[in-house]
Design a protein around this ligand. Structure first.
Ligand code: UD1
Ligand code: CA
Length: 486
């Protein structure tokens, strides 16, 4: 089956520099949602990949296609054709004609209708199939709406057969009262489509070549027209404005939340979670309010995510507690670890089991072995940390000399006192203790106390006081001191 995605329009109502089809839903451009469905529907059997008709913001759309193809080779099947001037949906489809395999039917999709399911489209394609001995039919995806304003209406005869589609701007008052609308999505026999598209005229209220006019031509040619509906209305909702985009985002997120709950995840509030990618969860995961998940995130059984966490591309194992306001990006977290509140794990943070990372601790590109702790105010970067290590408050690995990054190695059972700087490259031997306030510039030997600290002294000393205060103090002293005494 050929799949053509119409995406040349500007999307004026978005009031954006970005072409409409690149606005994002659940963190992905609208067009990417449509293409993902199109690619999975088409499989690799089809001669050509999905064809996108581009016009406004062509360079941006092409750049997006290049990027997404680098991430997922399936997208390199996507073709583009240019519609230099936007003269209507029929004119748009006409531009794709040279790339269409005329032996196969053509499915028309819209770049701004992101959530039509593969199931619905497969149903529509099946409906268009030629039944034994018959020519293939034209299949239309329609929808009954309580408020059909703005859409093309499906006009049927007394028997209920489809006669034509009338656009809102060309409709009579009686036609405007029709509740069944054209979603725009249809499957057409390609040979006839070629003939029909060439016969289109722009003699209508908008002076455009309407794709919808091919319906009356099909009726005239005796091509059967069949209609189907999507299971859910949101599948056919298009995005024209930012409020429609925000509404569709909430609908989509609520669907994702419901899928998670069906799979055994507890959500404090299904209306307050955002998944912008894929979130895989084991049983009995709990997610509190306001969390954002981006990219690929895996949460193991029994893991609990506190409120307002942002988690991107992370693998988090079983029975982990991530407390409120933590930010995890590109990290691996082992079983029964405790993260946050206010922790930051950056790419390459690789924590084994039962590691504790507390408030205002940042870990980057570091392996931390089991049972080690950094509970308060620390920076651990480019480090190898052993097991049962205690990293005191205020510890900093000084990994950057202004040009290069260097590694810090902290072996098993090390205790690092508070406010210690480890100037990398440096190694702390197994079982060593670093005294609080140490600036470590040379390796610390195993099992010894290493401390670098100025010697503590105590002096008699008068803290300076302000002149005005001095005078006031003198006065008070003068008042309180009996005469003759000093
Ligand atoms: C179209 C249908 C209408 C249907 C509605 C569903 C026509 C004439 N009308 O109307 O029956 O109810 O969709 O949402 O088809 N596009 C191009 N090139 C163009 C014009 C449009 O690529 O020259 C693309 C747009 O980028 C968009 C899609 O086609 O993705 C639909 O165009 P739009 O102008 O929004 O059509 P509607 O007026 O909404
Ligand atoms: Ca539209």
């Amino acid at each position: 089956m050929n799949i053509v995605i119409l995406a040349a329009g500007q999307g004026k109502r978005m009031k954006s520099a970005l072409p409409k089809v690149l606005q994002t839903l659940a963190g992905k451009p609208l067009l990417q949602h449509v293409l993902t469905t199109a690619l999975s529907l088409q499989g690799k059997s089809s001669k050509t990949g999905p064809i996108v008709v581009v016009g406004h913001g062509t360079a941006d759309v092409k750049a997006f296609l290049t990027n997404v193809s680098n991430e997922d080779a399936a997208f390199s099947r996507v073709l583009t054709v240019l519609q230099a001037e936007q003269k209507g949906t029929g004119h748009a489809l006409l531009q794709a004609l040279p790339k269409i395999d005329l032996q196969e039917p053509t499915l028309v999709l819209y770049g701004d209708v992101p959530l039509t399911s593969k199931k619905t489209l497969a149903k529509l394609a099946k409906l268009a199939d030629g039944i034994r001995g018959q020519d293939s039919a034209l299949a239309l995806l329609t929808q009954h709406l309580s408020d059909p304003r703005g859409y093309g209406r499906i006009v049927r005869d007394a028997d209920g057969s489809v006669l034509k589609i009338v656009e809102e701007k060309d409709a009579s008052p009686a036609q405007k009262a029709i509740a069944e609308i054209n979603t725009g999505i249809m499957v057409l026999p390609s040979g006839s489509l070629k003939k029909w598209l060439k016969a289109l005229r722009a003699s209508n209220a908008q002076g455009e070549y309407y794709l919808t006019d091919v319906i009356a031509m099909a009726v005239k040619d005796g091509v059967p027209i069949r209609t189907a509906q999507a299971d859910d209305e949101f599948e056919t909702v298009g995005v024209n404005s930012r409020d429609q985009l925000a509404n569709l985002e909430r609908i989509h997120q609520l669907n994702i939340a419901n899928e998670l709950m069906t799979a055994g995840v507890s959500l404090a509030d299904p209306a307050r979670i955002d998944v912008r990618g894929t979130l895989e969860c084991g049983p009995d995961v709990f997610i509190d309010v306001g969390c954002v998940f981006e990219g690929c995130v895996t949460l193991g059984a029994g893991t609990k995510i506190g409120p307002y966490c942002v988690i991107r591309n992370c693998v988090i194992a079983k029975d982990v507690a991530v407390h409120a306001f933590s930010h995890l990006d590109g990290a691996k977290v082992g079983n029964q670890s405790v993260i946050g509140p206010y922790a930051r794990l950056r790419p390459g943070a690789d924590l084994a089991n039962e590691v504790h990372i507390g408030n205002f601790v940042e870990v980057k590109n570091s392996k931390i072995a089991a049972n080690s702790k950094a509970n308060h105010l620390a920076y651990v970067g480019d480090s190898l940390v052993g097991s049962r290590v205690n990293i005191g408050a205020g510890t900093i690995t000084c990994n950057y000399d202004g040009v290069n990054k260097h590694q810090t190695i902290i072996e098993d059972d090390v205790f690092i006192g508070s406010d210690t700087q480890l100037v990398a490259p440096v190694r702390v031997g197994r079982g060593a203790t670093l005294g609080a306030g140490t600036t470590l510039t040379k390796d610390a030997p195993p099992n010894q106390l290493t401390v670098s600290r100025a010697k503590q002294i105590s002096l008699q000393w008068q803290r300076p006081i302000k002149q005005a205060t001095k005078a006031a103090v003198k006065k008070v002293i003068a008042r309180k001191t009996p005469k003759g005494k000093k």
